[in-house]
Design a protein around this ligand. Structure first.
Ligand code: MRU
Length: 351
């Protein structure tokens, strides 16, 4: 089968595609050198792809897991239990799996178990489409915060690759750029897995948005020189009080932003807000294999017996966040209140 071309879907570029009876994922571990699409025909293939970060970014993980349930419709609980623990911080994963399980329960209650797979597929496709729509709304709301000539800094990758399409933080960047409100983007390389240097630069090149890559530890120097007017990042989970878990290294950027009076924005759909998590202290932080830290560029960079700690995420307290740019609008502090208001206007669930 011919590999799908990026940009070939109705939604624009998406790293996730359903084709026939299979899920296709653009393998993000191989970018930017190679654009290879993985074929997943079993839930276990999807779970492996999520764990390895072949598909990554909270919203993309949620949508991929939804298709994973379609592949596992014959043994639904096994698929659910396989997918749930793959990435503990990204709440979109649990959010999508719980929706899928509720749909399964409704199907069984209605005596329509035979239709489960078709129902799950229609739902997963809908989730895919809704995520792209949510991101476009985030982009439209977010661009209003920018002014002509702004240089923005971002950390990790919260672009189309990290979602079902268009992106959250990079969706805002794209919308601000298209509106003539942005000069350029500073991209943190994002050690240890280099989502910034491998993925965000790949996306910004395709979008033809001017950008420069910096090492993570350059952010302070760049901000202190007055070369950054805005910061925008994504989120893996936002607690009910507005505390934000995102890729490790986000918190120091937020502290620098506060020190230098630069607005620090977080762009995320309501599906990333977890009202069951009271504060950042309650967010489970994924710890990944220390090998990712002691290796770089395919070779070992620390002595054999070096112990390393590999926290995948950190928590930025709500007080450092100037606004949450969501698909329901720009939320301002106090987030406990603005989050409740956004959900009640939306009528309950994430999208
Ligand atoms: O470990 P990753 O690459 O999945 O981490 C991704 C991030 O931290 C993103 O900023 C977040 O998931 C938001 S993606 C729209």
């Amino acid at each position: 089968m011919e590999a799908p071309k990026p940009g070939a879907t109705a939604e624009g570029f998406s790293p996730i595609r359903w084709s026939g009876d299979e899920l296709l994922l653009l393998d993000q571990t191989l970018l930017p050198e190679q654009e290879v699409w993985l074929t997943c025909s079993r839930p276990r293939d999807v779970a492996g792809a999520i764990r390895r970060l072949s598909v990554r970014g909270a919203p993309a993980i949620g949508v991929a897991a939804a298709y994973g349930l379609v592949l596992g419709a014959g043994d639904f609980d096994a698929a659910y239990n396989l997918l749930l623990p793959t990435r503990p911080t990204a709440v979109n994963l649990r959010w999508a799996l719980e929706q899928g399980r509720a749909l399964r329960d409704r199907c069984i209650e209605a005596g329509e178990a035979d239709e489960l797979r078709a129902r799950l597929l229609a739902w997963a496709r809908d989730l895919h489409r809704q995520d792209v729509e949510a991101n476009r709304r985030i982009g439209r709301f977010g661009r209003e915060l920018f002014e002509q000539g702004d240089r923005v800094l971002t950390h990790c990758n919260a672009g189309a690759l990290a979602t079902a399409g268009y992106g959250t933080a990079i969706g805002v960047v794209e919308a601000a750029w298209s509106a003539g409100r942005l000069a350029s983007v500073w991209v943190d390389e994002t050690r240890p897995l280099l989502q910034g240097s491998r993925l965000t630069t790949w996306e910004l090149s395709r979008l033809e948005i001017p950008h420069r890559l910096i090492t993570d530890n350059s952010a302070g120097a760049i901000i202190a020189r007055g070369w950054v007017q805005k910061i925008v990042v994504g989120a893996d989970r936002i607690a009910a009080n507005g505390d934000v878990a995102n890729k490790v290294g986000t918190y120091p950027v937020a502290v620098l932003a506060a020190r230098h009076g630069v607005p620090f924005y977080v762009a995320a759909p309501l599906s990333t807000i977890d009202r069951d998590t009271v504060s950042g202290a309650d967010i489970p932080i994924e710890e990944r294999d220390a090998d990712e830290v002691v290796h770089a560029f395919g070779k070992r960079i620390a002595p054999q017996d070096t112990e390393a700690l590999n926290l995948a995420f950190d928590v930025t307290p709500a007080e450092l966040v100037a606004a949450l740019i969501t698909d329901a609008g720009v939320l301002r502090p106090p987030y406990g209140e603005s989050i409740v208001a956004a959900f009640s206007e939306r009528g309950g669930s994430g999208h």
